[in-house]
Design a protein. Sequence first.
Length: 316
Amino acid sequence: MTGTPGTTGTPIGAATVYHPGERAVQRRAGATGRADHVGRSIRATVPPVAAAFLAERRTIVVGAADGEGRVWASPLTGPPGFVRAPDDRTVAVGVRPRPGDPLADVLAAGPVRVGGIALEPATRRRMRFNGTARPDGAGLRITTEQVYSNCPKYIQRRAVVGEFPPPEGAPAPLRGDALGRRQRELVAGADTFFVATAGADGSADASHRGGNPGFVRVLGPDRLCWPDYTGNSMYMTLGNLEQDPAAGLLFPDWSTGGFLQLTGEARVDWSASRAAAVPGAERMVDFTVTGVVQVPRGAGPRRGAPEFSPANPPVR
């Protein structure tokens, strides 16, 4: 993709970029050759085009494990420029999660392994960066280990329609251990979410999932599932789940600037018959909810109605 962030610099090399869990999933999916090819795009450094992309963002998502080993995905928001790359091995973020966020304490203490993703719905661009975060003033300083871009598949195009709200405008989080009715409705109608996972070595990753509304199925107050569509063949999310089922999900509420965070366990179902019943699915992922945090409004810029990705499979 022309202008994709993170496509220049010295590659790490496919032989060392993947851990055993990722390799196991790549082999099971018959994607080792493809993974080796795309793995050559992963760098340890932040190239200039990626630094420019980060500097324009209003929101990024970071994933990490909390002090109890539960994995969460948390949004970090600010005006353009709150994320920058002061050098080619550093991503500096001007804020940390607000008080009450599940990752607030662990990121304030540091160092902690994190996965990060920056996504721009208006242009369907995204880049990912994994590394080690340390507190730096009121923000974070992330030393990068992996930097790479993904294709625009499954990203819904959305424009900003509301001004960026001040941090103090957000209400206190709502907490629980299962989904309430309105929270289930938010998940069932979602066309976008983010998933954070961690490998056996402690490395963390944050990724994006998208589809037409209804692609995430709510099976009960504490059970969800979604299809795993064709991707880049790196299988970083599924590779982490191969080693550790702990995962965190983040569902944006585009209309209010709020969001819903879930933590729990995700397991991959490789049953061909089950996948065949869901259009576009290569396999299914089942998620058991063990913790819920919701900020109902005002945590980020509001965005308008989606222009759905042409890559989205139908939902039935």
